[in-house]
Design a protein around this ligand. Structure first.
Ligand code: F3S
Length: 281
């Protein structure tokens, strides 16, 4: 059985930066002994989060849970009010917001101030989207499907942005409809290049192989998108797993080529374990 790994897969630079930031804090902290927290899991990968916890980094859900120490903002970013609360409480914030997400936050802030209605194409419950909405007074229309667009009234001015990990095809489909719902429309394709690269190389590889294995957290948005894309090419032989132990070994027999891709929050050691296990079959 031949294993081919997608040209672009695994950690993106935003996640790498967040992980390095967290470990730098642990190292710098050895003398100060300040508690270190992340506001929400640093990345959408339970195995990596467990590792960070072993190094003493705790996950909190809200700033109310701490009165001092250091709080790391993860790559998804947060709403403006989190910075305000941290400032009031004199909490030391370490900001690992991905620059691609920061760019979207700046766009929605700027265009909200210019009087535009903000539309975010994305998952309303995803922390990145919740955070972006917090830079335009939580007044954005968040749309994930064509049905969501029907609820938006005809507008004067509309500014469209998109969650960094959405698929380009969804962005194009929804902007096409949205553009008919306002007089003045500005749109920004804010899907990040890491996402685009991973999606394109996953599709190319899925066309080439018999079976696709997508490795990544079940809650990871970008991993779920990779699964959807691979399923478009290989509806019956795409498998989403979190770790090597979940490989559907009994279903792989008889196939010659297996493609492996991984979400932007999947550590290399997990991908390596998966490849090793397939190679050993
Ligand atoms: Fe940033 Fe894109 Fe990764 S937004 S965190 S580079 S998936």
């Amino acid at each position: 059985m031949k294993v081919i790994v997608a040209n672009h897969s695994g950690f993106c630079f935003g996640v790498e930066k967040a992980i390095h930031t967290a470990f730098d804090e642990v190292n710098n902290n050895s003398n100060i002994k300040r508690d270190i927290y992340t506001l929400g899991p640093l990345i959408h990968n339970q195995q990596a989060v467990n590792k960070l916890e072993n190094d003493g980094i705790k996950v909190i859900g809200h700033l109310n849970e701490v009165s001092d120490g250091t709080v790391i903002i993860r790559s998804h970013g947060v709403s403006k009010n989190i910075y305000d609360i941290a400032y009031e409480k004199k909490i030391n914030l370490v900001d690992a917001t991905c620059p691609f997400v920061r760019k979207i936050q700046n766009i929605v802030k700027e265009y909200k101030e210019k009087g535009y209605n903000i539309v975010i194409i994305g998952n309303p419950d995803h922390p990145e989207v919740v955070g972006i909405n917090g830079w335009c007074n939580n007044e954005a229309y968040v749309v994930k499907t064509e049905d969501d667009i029907e609820k938006i009234p005809f507008l004067d001015k509309m500014c469209i942005v998109v969650q960094t990990t959405m698929s380009t095809s969804l962005y194009l489909k929804l902007t096409d409809i949205l553009e008919k719902k306002a007089i003045d429309v500005v749109k920004f394709n804010t899907i990040c290049s890491a996402t685009r690269d991973r999606q394109e190389s996953a599709r190319d590889l899925a066309k080439e192989v018999d079976v696709m294995i997508v490795v990544g957290g079940y809650h990871s948005s970008n991993t779920q998108k990779l699964v959807e894309i691979c399923k478009e090419e290989k509806p019956n032989t795409t498998f989403h797993i979190e770790t090597a132990s979940e490989l559907p070994i009994n279903l792989l027999g008889g196939y010659e080529t297996v493609g492996v891709t991984a979400g932007a929050s999947t550590p290399k050691w997990i991908i390596d374990e998966v490849i090793e296990k397939i190679n050993s079959l």
